[in-house]
Design a protein around this ligand. Structure first.
Ligand code: LTN
Length: 333
């Protein structure tokens, strides 16, 4: 069976921008591509390229796994697992490092940006991050890899490494293709509606996290930046604030912009924002309920155990095979 794989780093908190913009579409893939086996993992090994507090790392890892299931990821359909629980990821990363060049890693935009921001204490792991990501993908012979635009360069590197290794080692890997998320909607910051809603924005008021309380949800919408015109009209160029809120309304309720405009014709922002607060809360409520039931449950542990078992089966076989093709250890009989 052909395979689709993707990973997510357990840092920051999931917000409605990520949820409405990509997670919702992503969850739809599991039904849209019935001929594929799915692997989704929490990339905790990727999170430690920059030092993380132990408890926080554990909590975030579990939180993300539970949130994915709460948002509709079907554990019957998808192998959900934690990256570090599969030893083959680290093993394969070393083998691929021996098939990658310093020059190509130095060209990675994300590395350049992150290392520019942080001048000292740049770990070797941050530098070799893309070879770990290539391992994640090549271990499973993934044909498609759903990623955001920012990961495209890493995926191209994974392809280059795969082609190189295939030439040296008798076509061992499937060449992966990016599946750049058809962006459902771009949700912007509530305080600066011309830039993206960002999980690492220092201003908490700029976003709504999936686990925010009812009170916070309503407050965030109420205090969202609009303008002084006071009419509900969609014009993302000239009126980014109210247009951003209308986009949230549109994506959740499927109401067209013209219908929203008609509905709030003659009213100010107050009614519109009150309704939107309610709409967002109603959308998140069932997710939160499911999340709190799951996060410390045996059910979630069972899901992650099952995912680990299947992932281990596939990945350990592949790394053995690659060892053998390279000529490591004694020849397998
Ligand atoms: N680097 C990615 C997360 C990630 C990933 C992967 C995505 C780690 N391994 C393998 C797809 C396939 C990120 O930061 N979003």
């Amino acid at each position: 069976m052909k395979r689709i794989l993707s990973g997510i780093k357990p840092t920051g908190s999931l917000n409605i921008g990520t949820y409405l913009g990509s997670l919702k579409n992503f969850v739809k893939l599991q039904d849209k591509m019935p001929d594929y086996e799915f692997f989704i993992f929490i990339a905790d090994l990727h999170a430690i390229t920059i030092y993380k507090d132990k408890q926080e790392l554990r909590d975030k890892t579990k939180e993300l796994a539970a949130l994915y299931v709460a948002c509709g990821l079907n554990p019957e359909r998808v192998n959900l697992f934690i990256q570090s629980e599969i030893p083959a990821h680290s093993q394969m990363a070393y083998l691929l490092q021996c098939n990658s060049y310093v020059g190509e890693l130095e060209r990675m935009i994300q590395y350049k940006e992150k290392s520019k921001k942080q001048e000292t204490g740049i770990t070797v792991g941050l530098f070799t991050y893309p070879t770990l990501m290539a391992s994640d993908i090549l271990l499973y012979d993934a044909e498609f890899v759903p990623v955001g635009k920012d990961q495209k360069q890493h995926l191209e590197l994974a392809r280059d490494i795969a082609v190189r290794a295939n030439n040296r080692y008798n076509n061992i890997f499937t060449i992966p293709n990016p599946l750049i998320a058809e962006v459902g909607a771009k949700i912007n910051s509530l305080t600066d509606p011309t830039s993206k809603m960002d999980k690492s924005d220092d201003n908490d008021k700029s976003r709504i996290n999936l686990l925010d309380s009812e009170n916070i949800i309503r407050k965030r919408i109420k205090s969202a930046v609009t303008d002084s015109l006071g009419t509900v009209k969609y014009d993302p160029e000239k009126r980014p604030g109210v247009s951003n809120l209308m986009t949230i309304y549109n994506v959740i309720t499927n109401t067209s912009f013209t219908d929203i405009e008609e509905k709030y014709d003659g009213m100010g922002y107050k009614e519109f924002k009150e309704d939107l607060g309610e709409i967002v809360f109603q959308e998140l409520k069932p997710i939160q309920e499911r999340y709190y039931k799951l996060v410390n449950s045996k059910e979630l542990d069972d899901i992650l155990d099952k995912g680990r078992e299947r992932a281990n089966q596939v990945a350990s076989k592949k790394v053995f095979k690659f060892n053998d093709r390279i000529g490591l250890g004694r020849k397998r009989k």
